[in-house]
Design a protein around this ligand. Structure first.
Ligand code: COI
Length: 371
């Protein structure tokens, strides 16, 4: 049976016998960092070729039991998502555009030969988890609960083919700033040798392997004093793609923006899409097009390009301070003030935290004010 329209009541719930104490949780929520601490519960749902999706459940957060021959451990048949839940001033909790994450998850699944998780099940999963772990959200400014849905091939088999048994999980992690030390702008390393994704490859999918491939370049960036890597296109080595975990935007002196057009080698960021829509609603021109590194460097030199910024769910939005490679260092003169970048960041977070009301329905209510 494929549980396409499964009512939420069909989630079984096993509550944790050792939940965090109020004191421990408060300490964590005061300074959560990113991705270090996890809530008391998680969602698990199984899938087999025969039964389809089955046994949706909330269980205590804890280690997985995986057979060492599980396909995911050998051939990286794994995908994930990242989205955040925000507590508003009245105590209600909201997810930001989760249906976009559900849709992207389905696309990633298709590319990786994994089964599609119905959108309703994706949304119910986050609703169930946030419902039971709502205490992990606080009103501390700029904090949220980062939700990490993921799907892995947990069939024991060493032949190379799509799994006939997989599992879906959602874990949740309280989140503060993505970068340590409260940085306000980030230096970026332009990778000369490594690329992230090729035409026809998996670049647009949020699959584990894409991130594995970005780690050695990131180490190189760090050795060179940079926080992230800007990848250029694999074919020409000339055009901006993305940062591996974030998208990139250029700000021009006339207040317009440009960002690399989506392709099969760029992840369609939800923050990217939202920034485009917010900027356009603000009357700014936003071009999604091919952008060469050469063009950006010339624009920085002649003053046409005034700001650069990176954005993603985890990091939100950061002005870029420096573009650096083996052969050049360009500093962005307005990185400190970054007026346009920071005003877009403010508009985005005002919507996410419910400080301004939006007419479009970008927010999805997860719990009411009294939970
Ligand atoms: C996100 O912004 O959610 C990301 O995917 C970045 C990274 C933490 C993987």
């Amino acid at each position: 049976m494929t549980l396409t329209h499964l009512p939420s009541s069909e989630f079984s719930i096993e509550t944790s016998t050792r939940p965090s104490s109020d004191g421990d949780r408060e300490k964590i929520l005061f300074k959560p960092g990113f991705g270090k601490y996890f809530t008391d519960h998680m969602v698990a749902i199984d899938w087999t070729l025969d039964k389809g999706w089955n046994a949706p459940r909330i269980i205590p957060y804890g280690p997985l039991m995986l057979d060492p021959a599980s396909l995911v451990l050998h051939y990286a048949q794994a995908i994930f998502e990242g989205l955040k839940a925000y507590q508003h001033a009245d105590g209600s909790i909201w997810a930001f555009r989760p249906e976009l994450n559900a849709a992207r998850f389905a696309k990633s699944a298709e590319r990786l030969g994994l089964p599609e998780l119905p959108k309703e099940l994706f949304l119910q999963s986050i609703q169930q988890l946030v419902g039971i772990d709502a205490k992990w959200l606080s009103q501390i400014p700029e904090t949220s609960l980062y939700l990490r849905p993921f799907m892995i091939a947990d069939e024991s088999f060493l032949g190379v083919r799509g799994a006939e048994k997989v599992a879906f999980y959602v874990i949740a992690s309280p989140a503060g700033p993505y970068f340590e030390n409260g940085v306000s702008s980030i230096p970026i390393w332009v990778s000369a040798h490594h690329t992230r994704a090729a035409k026809g490859g998996t670049g647009y999918a949020k699959c584990a392997g894409n991130y594995a491939g970005s780690l050695a370049p990131l180490q190189e960036a760090r050795k060179n004093g940079c926080a992230q890597v800007l990848f250029l296109d694999a074919q020409h080595g000339q055009f901006l793609e993305e940062l591996g975990g974030m998208n990139i935007f250029i700000v021009y002196k006339d207040g317009s923006l440009a960002t690399p057009a989506l392709s099969d080698s760029i992840l369609a960021g939800v923050t990217r899409q939202s920034i485009i829509e917010i900027a356009k609603a603000d009357g700014r021109r936003v071009d999604e097009r091919q952008i060469s590194l050469e063009e950006v460097r010339t624009g920085l030199a002649n003053g046409d390009v005034t700001e650069l910024f990176a954005c993603g769910t985890a990091a939100v939005l950061f002005p870029i301070s420096i573009l650096k490679s083996h052969s050049f260092i360009d500093s962005i003169p307005n990185a400190e003030a970054a007026k346009v970048s920071l005003s877009l960041r403010q508009k985005l977070t005002d919507i996410q935290y419910g400080r301004v009301k939006m007419s479009s329905n970008w927010l999805h209510k997860l719990t009411s004010a009294h939970h």
